[in-house]
Design a protein around this ligand. Structure first.
Ligand code: NAD
Length: 242
């Protein structure tokens, strides 16, 4: 029986690489993206997996839209085994400069969306003794010099992970997070060089992470090999100590 994974922010970067890796490892995959165009584009890039991958673009802050997408996935694939809360927005704004719009966006995508996706997914995951995986960040351990709402949201992701690991263990559901270091995606390309360069210099393995490094960690944590691991925040960051 092929397992089914739902990946938010699956249209590019870490989420897209994770979708591809799960498909290559005999999962069926549902990708969530923010817009129809980006979802269609991602599905097109995965055309060799036709019939095994579908895309949706629910508003991740509206429970009924997420609910509708999950019931369509259940109807099409017959089960849901893994939820990967990966969509996220970063920030390097200094405290005084935060606009209401940016505050709301970070709260909506980094806090509210993963919470609501867990809330909707749990009834399906109870059936399959499934797995929730969250995308945290190295900044969830260290904070960062500007853009405090981003680490604040990732500390919250760790809290969600550890709390749901306790709450859902009774149903056989495992909940873990991966905390990527600096990883080569659009998110990092948009940050200023003066923020990235000192970080790379401090990585013992002397390179940035690739999206596949993070995808491999998700695949492991979703697998039977990780069946005794829950409530863990797995650092995948080249050994960085900030
Ligand atoms: P990315 O910018 O390439 O991808 C972000 C994804 O989030 C996209 O697929 C996008 O569609 C989705 N998203 C953003 N806003 C959305 C919205 N309003 N509605 C729905 N989806 C939305 O970045 P990435 O690096 O692949 O980031 C993936 C995750 O990894 C994020 O949670 C990020 O915080 C985390 N992370 C990244 C790094 C890094 O260095 N790249 C480091 C630590 C953690």
């Amino acid at each position: 029986m092929e397992k089914v994974a739902v990946i938010t922010g699956g249209t590019r970067g870490i989420g897209f690489e994770t979708a591809k890796l799960f498909l290559e490892n005999n999962y069926k995959v549902a990708i969530f993206g923010s817009r129809k165009e980006s979802v269609d584009e991602a599905i097109q890039k995965l055309d060799k997996f036709e019939g095994k991958v579908i895309g949706f673009y629910p508003n991740l802050t509206v429970e009924s839209e997420i609910d509708d997408a999950f019931s369509q996935i259940q109807n099409k694939f017959g089960r849901i085994d893994v939820l990967i809360n990966n969509a996220g927005v970063s920030s390097n704004t200094i405290l005084e400069n935060y606009s209401q719009r940016e505050i709301d966006n970070i709260f909506n995508i980094n806090f509210k969306a993963p919470f609501l996706c867990c809330k909707v997914a749990v009834k399906y995951l109870k059936e399959t003794k499934g797995v929730i995986l969250n995308t945290s960040s190295m900044v969830s351990f260290y904070g960062q010099k500007s853009g405090c709402l981003y680490p604040m949201s990732k500390f919250a992701i760790n809290g969600l992970t550890k709390s749901l690991a306790r709450e859902l263990a009774a149903y056989g559901i495992r909940v873990n997070a991966v905390a990527p270091g600096v990883t080569k995606t659009d998110m990092v390309r948009n940050l200023p060089d003066n923020m990235i360069e000192p970080i790379i210099k401090s990585i013992p393995l002397q390179r940035m992470g690739e999206p596949i490094d993070i995808a491999n960690a998700f695949l492991f944590l979703a697998s039977e090999e990780a069946s005794f691991i829950t409530g863990e925040i797995l650092k995948v960051d080249g050994g960085i100590i900030n």
